[in-house]
Design a protein around this ligand. Sequence first.
Ligand SMILES: [Mn+2]
Length: 350
Amino acid sequence: MKRSQFLKRVRTGLAVSAAYIVAGKLVTAGTNSLAEDAELPRLTVSVGVAEYPRDGLAIEHLLSAADRALYAIKFHAASSSLALPARGRLVMRIEPAVAETLLLAWAAGKMRVAIVSDVHGNRRAFEAVLADLRQVAPDLVLHGGDLAYGGAHAAEIVDQVRSRGWAGVRGNTDEMLWAPQGLAKFSASAPKLEPLLSRIQEMIPATLASIGEQRLRWLEGLPCEYSEEGFCLVHASPGDLWRAPMPNASDEELQNTYASLRARIVIYGHIHCSYIRRLKGMTVANTGSVSQSYDGDRRASYLVIDGENVAIRRVEYDVESEAEDMLRSGLPHAGWLSRILLAGKYVPPE
Ligand SMILES: [Mn+2]
């Protein structure tokens, strides 16, 4: 691809707003530069733009890699080790002079990561979260899966997340779209959940029709786990997209479920109930859900890791209008799903 074609794609493509976000981070870090007498550390690793675009790499890969690269730089600066890990493809080239400025600007502050999970095709809740993220201004945003199923705006949500280059993990209702046997297997092991699971299954064809082949292939590429310096993210639990502890789980159950991830902070979604639990040597926290809250609070929920601190954010949105979109969507079981949205808690199917 020629430079002119690349620029045209950046300016006109879905990713344009995401490109501005990454550019904005660089500008902010640059303008926060240091006192003139500060001693500059040396950074010999370059992390950067020159390699892009490579064959078959879409703009969201660039943005996601850039965010991760910047996060890694900041993490290592904060822990006063300047060596960058040799991880994956870092496709953003930052000149050494700029990198020094970035390091020093970021070393002074704490790293902030936002994790947005279980959007379930809910446009208004997602937009409200985006507006709140502008206030929080995290260094990195990740998604926790369950992007499409169960809402009136499934395709739009997949496009939004892709265009922002948010890395993330697959959810159970993502995976069931290309591998319904996972749902069938879970259903066989949990007969009490049959009324719920059979309705979820009945919505698969309509969800597939609304997202189409290309978005499905993108969902299929999502990993089951995401590890970053300092934390680990899964949709439900390691090796299982359907089972996860509830907020009233014992410390022992949480340890047994998540210790294998060997992370100081473990984040998951899936249960649509946010909580934070400090255990010995590990914090386990649930993001809650952007859509279809089950904890009695209709607001969208997401999570922010700020250094060692973990916090839940709740964001108001127009639930009534989203429920009306749901009813007008023509999706099977739209009435049931809109009742859950309006109630802010799980309502059994009738
Ligand atoms: Mn979910």
